[in-house]
Each structure stands twice: as structure tokens, then as C-alpha cells.
Ligand binder design. Structure first.
Ligand SMILES: C[S@@+](CC[C@H](N)C(=O)[O-])C[C@H]1O[C@@H](n2cnc3c(N)ncnc32)[C@H](O)[C@@H]1O
Length: 310
């Protein structure tokens, strides 16, 4: 993401792909304090107000809009808040890869997109899988709060709450967060919003997604001119975009796009002749999450190279 180019402002933005993972939040904030995550902070009004009001807690705001992040970064810098950082990432990916189990005190979302059309329900964030993931990342007693203006979304989330380890509290509440979307609904005459508070009672083990150490793979037999890479499409897609061969130098670069649940990544794999063998590794310059699909892409390249039997 293009940040503001002012280091005094950009210091509140975390380039998560540049950070060693698992991320040490303690190192980032320089202390051990309860961690609070706001999903979809929008203009950042509530995130900033909460951080100001709770100097003993550390806040991480998650957004997918670069424009909203830049706007909020400037406000955080202007208020000289040391207990807030922002991330540009899909909320589910953030919870999966950037936080460890039992690490969060609170997660909350205000007026999330309700995706009212049935064919768009798959975009709704707070499904059963998300609730179990949130449970896994929260401390015992930690809370996930969501407030919506849209009653059918409230009802839908309630139905998603299956075996997720929470005690649930439901409230009809008055406007109180002073965010842009709250103002918008209030101005349109809405006096009541719908709030769910999930309190973690038992820990849920989940099949956690993790990052892999990819290393360098190698093969003895490879004819670059005969090499063909076959893209894979499906829930986890691996698309081969280009193959640049430098026959003289005995090097090649394979461009790849991977698409898996909520995450699309572009990167390249470098191939080069080292002694009698051909070696291949993910280009270190490419900042990506080293997911199972990325690992599979590297293995597919090895398979294709071996097939050429030169
Ligand atoms: C309807 S707005 C609400 C903004 C703010 N909370 C408010 O009350 O004004 C929803 C926000 O969620 C963000 N968002 C949507 N999907 C997201 C995702 N998967 N991860 C993180 N943020 C997301 C949007 O960019 C948008 O700013």
C-alpha cells in the first residue's frame, strides 16, 4: 500500500509482510498489554476514541481500504497515540496468520457490510468458521462484539454460532459509537441497532492455517525448453503467468498467482543451475504469506521440471 511518505505518520502502519512472523505484538508496542482488534474501522473515529480512553490497552485496526487507512494514520499521528497500529489486510487472513491462539482480549466490528443479497452471503465475514477462529484467538473471557444496523444480518450471525465456545449476549442499543456509518443510519431515522457480544467460555481447537518454511528444492533432470506448467483452478488456484528463460545463464523465472479463501498473492519462483542440479526457490524479494498453496505451487514447479527429463 502507498503510505503517506511521512515517517512520523507511517510509523503507525504495519507492513505485516515485512515483519518476522509470528508477529511479536509485545515488541511492536514495547510492552505486554491487552490486545484489542477492530475490524473495518472505516474513518477510525471509534478506534481512536477507544485508544485514547484506554491507554492501558493496545489497539490494532484492520481495514481493506488504503484511503481510509491513510486518513486514520494522519489522525492517529495528530493525536500522538502510541497504543494503536493499523494493518491493511482481510480480517480473516489477519486472524489466521498474524495472531496466535489465546492472544487477544477483544475483537469488535461496527456496522460491517451486511451483504443483504442471498447470492452475496458468502462475503459475510462473521460465519461459523470466523466465530471459531475468533474463539481460538481470544483469551478465556475475551469478547467478540459486533454491532449492526441490519437485523437480518444479526439473525444470520446468531445462526452461525454453532459449537464456537461462546456465551452470547444480545442487545438492542441506541447510537453510541459516533462513527460515520452510525451517523448515516441515525440521520436516516434509525434509532436502534443490534449488538451481539460473544464471551469466550471454552477454548476451541481449530485446524490452524500456518506458514511454511519453503527452502530450496532441486532436481537433476530439467530441460527448460521442454518445460510446461499446468495451472490448477478450484478453491485453491495456482495460475502460472509467465516463464522467462535466460538459456545462456541457465536461469529462469516463473510468475505465479495463487488464489485461496480471501487471499490472492503474486510472486515468482527462481530456477537456476547450481553444479549438476537445478535449484528452485520462491523469490525472496516477493513479500507473501507462505501458505500451503504457495508451497504447493513450488512443488508443482519441481514436478513439471522433473517431467522434462533432460
Ligand atoms: C460499512 S463500513 C463501517 C465502517 C465503520 N466501522 C463505521 O462504523 O463507520 C465497513 C468497513 O469494513 C471494511 N471491510 C470490509 N471488509 C473487510 C474485511 N474483510 N476486512 C477488514 N475490513 C473490511 C470496509 O472497508 C469498510 O470500511
Amino acid at each position: 500500500m502507498k503510505t503517506t511518505s511521512d515517517p512520523a505518520i507511517d510509523r503507525f502502519f504495519l507492513q505485516h509482510l515485512e515483519l518476522p512472523r509470528p508477529i511479536s505484538w509485545q515488541n511492536i508496542f514495547g510492552r505486554q498489554a491487552p490486545l484489542v482488534v477492530e475490524i473495518g474501522f472505516g474513518d477510525g473515529e471509534y478506534l481512536i476514541a477507544s485508544a485514547k480512553k484506554n491507554p492501558g490497552k493496545d489497539f490494532i485496526g484492520i481495514e481493506i481500504s488504503g484511503g481510509l487507512i491513510r486518513k486514520t494514520l494522519k489522525r492517529i499521528a495528530a493525536q500522538k497515540l502510541s497504543n494503536v497500529r493499523l494493518l491493511k489486510i482481510h480480517a480473516t487472513i489477519a486472524l489466521e496468520y498474524l495472531f496466535e491462539k489465546n492472544s487477544l482480549a477483544e475483537i469488535y466490528a461496527l456496522f460491517p457490510f451486511p451483504w443483504p443479497k442471498k447470492r452475496h452471503y458468502r462475503h459475510r465475514l462473521f460465519n461459523t468458521k470466523f466465530l471459531r477462529l475468533a474463539n481460538n484467538r481470544l483469551n478465556l473471557g475475551g469478547t467478540f462484539m459486533v454491532t449492526t444496523d441490519y437485523k437480518p444480518y444479526f439473525d444470520w450471525i446468531l445462526k452461525q454460532n454453532k459449537d464456537a465456545g461462546f456465551q452470547l449476549k444480545k442487545h438492542h442499543i441506541k447510537p453510541q459509537f459516533h462513527t460515520r456509518f452510525e451517523r448515516k443510519w441515525k440521520e436516516e431515522g434509525q434509532k436502534k441497532f443490534f449488538q451481539l457480544v460473544f464471551i469466550k467460555k471454552t477454548h476451541k481447537k481449530i485446524l490452524a492455517k500456518k506458514e511454511y518454511t519453503l527452502g530450496t528444492l532441486s532436481c537433476a533432470t530439467f530441460d527448460p525448453k521442454a518445460c510446461k506448467f499446468k495451472s490448477i483452478t478450484g478453491p485453491k488456484s495456482i495460475i502460472f503467468k509467465y516463464f522467462d528463460l535466460d538459456a545462456k545463464r541457465k536461469t529462469a523465472k516463473v510468475g505465479i498467482l495463487t488464489a485461496e479463501e480471501n487471499l490472492t498473492q503474486r510472486f515468482s519462483v527462481l530456477i537456476k543451475k547450481e553444479g549438476p542440479r537445478w535449484e528452485m526457490c520462491v523469490n525472496e524479494q516477493d513479500r507473501i504469506l507462505r501458505t500451503a498453496t504457495v508451497k504447493k505451487a513450488l512443488e508443482e514447479i519441481l514436478k513439471s521440471c522433473r517431467k522434462t527429463r533432460s
